[in-house]
Design a protein around this ligand. Structure first.
Ligand SMILES: [Zn+2]
Length: 346
């Protein structure tokens, strides 16, 4: 088979067609560059030169949405944004949220990043913009700390005490995100990386609760990305014990999740549940940052064997907010995939 471009390779994976080699995409936060658009762009382009992943997930600082609605953060270059103050202290305050113009403020800054990245890449690599679900944003506006135990506590109490106010807030956030993702795609992004953060897990809510407080808003944002012409939209179902069967139906082309968790479906099982492309297979918490090269290569081969390299993008199933995988492990992941593809796909 002729050598495909990165875009052709990712598009073929999405369609379930043959690929010359299995596409790979690693991503992780780099808190030290995420507060400065210039430093972030330089970092992305440097990583692109160094590793040449087939798809770029634009890693934006996790706080930008909440900054736009008035939350304040201190930026720790090692650990990322630390919440200082938040805007929703009681559920009724969701009624005060107003729709934002995403061409301005922190949203506008990310649209500009999408545009500048597109200008620098000139179509050589597809790239997707990271977007949190409205429910995730609503939780953090109410003081939920990224990755903390208490992330969902406020939402759980508002679901009981004042669901109408919560829905009002979710509607406002959704309307803003719908406009925002449209601008991102118009700026050149190939789609979005849409994450459910803590909420798409049975550990946090029931499927019925998710259907009421998240799913309609998820679908609205994802449909906007598709309608704007985004053709590479990934749904990140974060965490463990995930609602795979429910979320599989979302309008996306790719599903990214922690396939290495024993509490989530294996890649093999997930591939039987969906016709969408899967992205994952590498453990971002232990093997990638802490394992040796042989452990990384072994895990990559295991993921490739399970999927036969079909409808598949190899990479992590989530970010590791504390630790990036070392260079030799990223190269081991890449080389194992190239070797597997060479022996199994030709
Ligand atoms: Zn995640």
């Amino acid at each position: 088979m002729h050598e495909m471009t990165k875009r052709e390779r990712v598009e073929a994976a999405i369609k379930g067609e043959s690929v010359d080699r299995v596409p790979i995409c690693y991503y992780n936060h780099r808190h030290d560059v995420e507060s400065s658009p210039d430093a972030l762009l330089e970092h992305i382009l440097h990583q692109n030169q160094l590793y040449g992943w087939d798809l770029i997930k634009v890693m934006l600082r996790a706080s930008y949405y909440m900054e736009a609605w008035g939350c304040t953060y201190a930026f720790d270059p090692a650990q990322g944004p630390k919440l200082r103050d938040y805007v929703i202290k009681k559920a009724e305050e969701y009624n005060n949220l107003t729709k934002l113009d995403p061409a301005k403020g922190p949203f506008g800054e990310q649209v500009a990043t999408a545009r500048r990245l597109g200008e620098a890449l000139r179509g050589s690599v597809p790239y997707i913009q990271s977007v949190f679900s409205p429910l995730s944003i609503a939780g953090r506006l109410a003081g939920g700390n990224f990755g903390a135990e208490d992330e969902t506590a406020a939402i759980r109490s508002f679901m009981e005490s004042n669901p109408d106010a919560l829905h009002h807030g979710l509607n406002i956030i959704t309307q803003t995100l719908v406009d925002y993702v449209r601008l991102c795609v118009q700026a050149g992004a190939d789609g979005i990386f849409y994450t459910t953060t803590a909420y798409g897990s049975f550990d946090v809510m029931t499927e019925d609760e998710y259907r009421e407080f998240s799913l309609p808003y998820d679908i609205a944002v994802l449909e906007a990305a598709n309608d704007a012409g985004g053709s590479i939209n990934a749904l990140h179902i974060c965490r463990e014990n995930i609602m795979f069967d429910l979320l599989e139906g979302c309008p996306v082309q790719i599903i990214n999740y922690e396939a290495t968790s024993a509490r989530n479906p294996t890649l093999k099982a997930a591939a039987q549940k969906t016709a969408k492309a899967l992205w994952g297979g590498m453990d971002q918490s232990q093997i990638l940052p802490l394992g040796n090269s042989e452990m990384v290569a072994e895990q990559a081969r295991h993921a490739l064997d399970q999927t036969q390299g079909k409808r598949f993008i190899l990479g992590p199933g989530c970010t590791n907010v504390n630790q990036t995988a070392p260079h030799e492990n990223l190269m081991a992941m890449k080389n194992a995939t190239l070797e597997w593809s060479k022996s199994r796909l030709t």
